[in-house]
Write a new protein. Structure first.
Length: 64
């Protein structure tokens, strides 16, 4: 099951967070707020992480 971790302002910042979390062994799903598969690069995006890794992602966010 996936848990919503954070909201970003655009696709670029979502990809930066995705790369950071992937380097720390946390799987990530980036979903455009519109819900479309290929959303606009300028629309807000949501980042989801596995429920069991949510505490790891929060710790990474706290240290960043």
């Amino acid at each position: 099951m996936w848990a919503k971790f954070m909201e970003t302002k655009n696709a670029y910042s979502a990809e930066i967070w995705k790369e950071l979390l992937n380097q720390c062994a946390v799987s990530v799903q980036v979903v455009p707020r519109s819900g479309l598969r290929q959303g606009s690069a300028f629309e807000p995006h949501d980042i989801y992480v596995p429920w069991g890794k949510l505490h790891v992602a929060e710790e990474i966010l706290r240290k960043s």
